[in-house]
Each structure stands twice: as C-alpha cells, then as structure tokens.
Design a protein. Structure first.
Ligand code: FAD
Length: 292
C-alpha cells in the first residue's frame, strides 16, 4: 500500500534507516535491518547519498530486503542535486522492478567542493519530474518545523513548501525537532497556507552528546533548555544519557500522538534496540489513537 493510502487509515509509525557500509556482507545487512521488524513499523525509509554520492546500490539493496523479505513498505530517499535526469530514471526503474512504490524526493545538501549536476536544483523540480515521468510512484517531501537554514524566513519556506506540494508531493516528513510547540506552530502555518497533505513528525532519540552536536550543527535545529539540561548533566554517563534521551523522545511522541499528529517518523540511526524501547513505551498510545 502506498503512503497516501496508508495515512488515511491510521496514525503512522515509521522508521528511517541508512544503508550499512559498502563493505558489509549481505548477511550483516539483513541481520541489522531484520531487527526492526520487531517494532511493527508501517514503513521504513532508506537514506541515500549522505555526503552527496549517487551510489544507490546500498539503498536499493536495503529497500529490497524491507519490501520483499520483511514484507514492510519501503520508501527510498532520492536526493536530486548530484543526479541527472537519466540517473533518477534508472533508479526509479530499479525500484519499480523490486516493487518499491514510494520515494522521498529531496534536494540534498550542497557540498562546497562539488558542482551540482543542474537537472534538479530544488526538490519541487524532482517531485514534478517523477510525477510526470513515473506517475506510479507515491512521492513524499521533506519539511522544516524550525525553518530550513537556506530560507530567509518562514514565509519564504512555507511558500516553497506549498510549491513542492503543488508539484505533486503527496505526503511530508519533518526534519527532527526537540520542541513540539515548533511543530504545532509550523503545522498551523501549513494549513493556513493551504497545504493539506499529511505531515509526519520526525523524532530523533538523541542518546549521546557528540551525535546531537553534529546533527544540530548540520541542521541548525535549536536545542531547548529542557534537553540542554539533560545533555549538560548526563553527557559523560552513557547509560543515563541513553535512558534520558529515550525518555525525552517518548515524551515528545506521546504528546504528538495525543494531539492527533498524522504520524511519527523515527530517525533510528540504525539502532534497533533504541527503536524497540520506544515502541514498547508508546505502542498502547498508538493503538488507543486508532479508536476514534
Ligand atoms: P528543498 O525543498 O529544495 O528546500 C531547500 C531550500 O530551498 C529551502 O530553504 C526551501 O525553502 C528553498 N526552496 C525550495 N524550493 C525552492 C525553489 N523552487 N526556489 C527557490 N528556493 C526554493 N539528504 C540526503 O542527501 N540524503 C537523504 O537520504 C536525506 N534524507 C532526508 C530525510 C528527511 C526526512 C529530511 C527532512 C532531510 C533529508 N535529507 C537527506 C537532507 C535534505 O537533503 C536537506 O535538508 C536539504 O538541505 C534540503 O532538502 P529539501 O528536499 O527539503 O530541499
């Protein structure tokens, strides 16, 4: 079932994984990804090209395992900046051949020393291209409760997001955020602007300080006082930091689901143990949300 149909039926619980290193043997890849079946996700998305590469074999391999061996809906990420139209068509045809019908169309991050190909300078161009050339795909886009770093303001960011939806994005997933109020304000802005597709909230359980420093530096996402205090107090205590990071994410999720969010997308960093704990602590909340 594609994501658009799925989101009409329930509060979605989905995961993001990344392809293991190119050198990992197939059995390790299967082992890593299989562990996520225990959390019963509605779909699992697979990143592509962090760092701007267009080696999509790893993404295809993992999407194939998810879709055809685990029997879970797979979503392949497709960043456009460093891909030509031909590359994208090749990737889509490959995904078609393994029955993957959902893609997350992205611009990708600029890499200072690399020149973009020039076929897709913004995600909306890629969304439009996919819808025109391979309309059988359900296309998701990214969005930013704390505003994208490149935007001059929220008005600019929401106008660009609206264009992306008008070009064919059927579903949106947010960048991670730590303050639910930022999500609620953002959601309201999208509805005022006439953006009416489902928006899943992206939650990252942050269980070590280095990870959060790196991610907030890349994304510019602010760290609220409540979470900063956890980092300051527990950064050097591995166990306490893990427990506090998980509890913080669980708290965010329970609040969002109670307020009727369309779905939760968990950035797992390939940590099935953490995803399992979050699932155990929230599964009754998701189940109760289905009883409308
Ligand atoms: P866009 O929608 O193009 O937006 C980027 C900026 O340009 C924004 O400021 C926007 O307001 C502005 N803009 C948009 N359209 C226009 C236009 N037509 N004209 C002028 N300005 C415009 N990166 C990867 O490389 N691989 C991944 O697998 C990956 N997965 C991700 C998953 C999620 C859920 C998210 C939120 C991000 C992911 N990223 C990934 C990172 C993403 O590539 C970056 O956040 C990137 O900086 C922006 O991508 P976008 O698709 O939102 O771009």
């Amino acid at each position: 079932m594609n994501l658009t149909e799925l989101s009409k039926t329930k509060t979605i619980f989905s995961l993001e994984v990344f392809p293991p290193k190119k050198t990992s043997p197939n059995s390790t890849v299967l082992d890593t990804i299989s562990k996520f079946k225990a959390v019963n996700p509605d779909f699992i998305s697979v990143t592509l090209g962090a760092g701007g590469s267009n080696h999509f074999e790893g993404t295809i391999e993992v999407a194939d395992i998810i879709q055809n061996q685990l029997g879970i809906e797979a979503v392949a990420h497709v960043p456009g900046l460093y891909q030509s139209k031909q590359d994208v068509l090749k990737l889509l045809d490959k995904l078609n051949s393994i029955n993957v019908e959902n893609v997350l169309a992205l611009r990708g991050d600029h890499i200072p020393e690399r020149k973009p190909v020039g076929d897709f300078n913004h995600a909306n161009e890629l969304v439009e291209f996919i819808k025109e050339n391979r309309p059988e795909f359900d296309v998701t886009g990214a969005c930013y409760p704390n505003c994208h770093q490149d935007s001059k303001d929220f008005i600019d960011d929401i106008a660009n997001l609206k264009r992306k939806v008008e070009c064919g994005a059927d579903h949106l997933i947010t960048q991670l955020f730590f303050d639910n109020n930022a999500f609620y304000d953002f959601y309201e802005k999208t509805r005022i602007a006439g953006i009416n597709v489902p928006i899943e909230a992206g939650i990252m359980p942050c269980t070590n300080k280095n990870q959060i420093d790196r991610i907030t530096a890349i994304t510019g996402v602010p760290v609220p006082r409540k979470f900063r205090a956890i980092l300051d107090r527990y950064a050097d205590n591995k166990e306490a930091m893990r427990d506090a990071g998980i509890a913080f994410a669980v708290d965010q999720i329970i609040d969002l689901v109670s307020q009727g969010v369309d779905g939760i997308h968990l950035y797992t960093m390939n940590r099935a143990d953490i995803a399992c704990r979050i699932y155990e602590d929230t599964k009754s909340v998701f189940k109760a949300a289905e009883v409308k």
